[in-house]
Design a protein around this ligand. Structure first.
Ligand code: FES
Length: 130
């Protein structure tokens, strides 16, 4: 029963993705592709000091990858960058609320990977500049 509710939530996010689109302005952008299937996610982050001020995403792929991007985008808006950097597999599975096998795990984590890579890249760049 509870599983059904979570599955419904995933389908809802897949059919009506939140924060979907390409913004005119953003600070960080990263594309991530699942090599197993070619599905992709692009994320666009706007930062405000040490927080994620806004996030948008675009891309196409399976229900889990797209719904997961939508759910994560809602969750991380306004969060500290450091907190988002620390997220791992368990945090995302808790957010999604469904049990996922190893193959689908790549789908579920695609957007988190893009988000964390974009932050990592910008931190590396600012280290080089400093
Ligand atoms: Fe491609 Fe899920 S099957 S990301």
């Amino acid at each position: 029963m509870e599983d059904d509710l979570y599955a419904e939530n995933i389908l809802d996010h897949y059919n009506n993705p939140r924060n979907f689109g390409i913004p005119k302005k953003f600070d960080l952008n990263q594309q991530e592709i699942n090599p197993l299937c070619g599905d992709e996610i692009n994320i666009y982050l706007t930062l405000d000091n040490k927080k994620i001020k806004d996030i948008k995403f675009s891309g196409s792929g399976c229900a889990i990858s797209q719904a997961s991007a939508s759910i994560i985008s809602e969750h991380i808006k306004g969060k500290e960058i450091n907190e988002v950097k620390s997220y791992g597999k368990e945090d995302i599975l808790n957010l999604l609320g469904i049990s996922i096998g190893p193959v689908r795990l790549k789908c579920a984590l695609l957007s988190l990977k893009a988000i964390q890579k974009s932050i990592q890249k910008s931190e590396n760049e600012s280290n080089i500049k400093n």
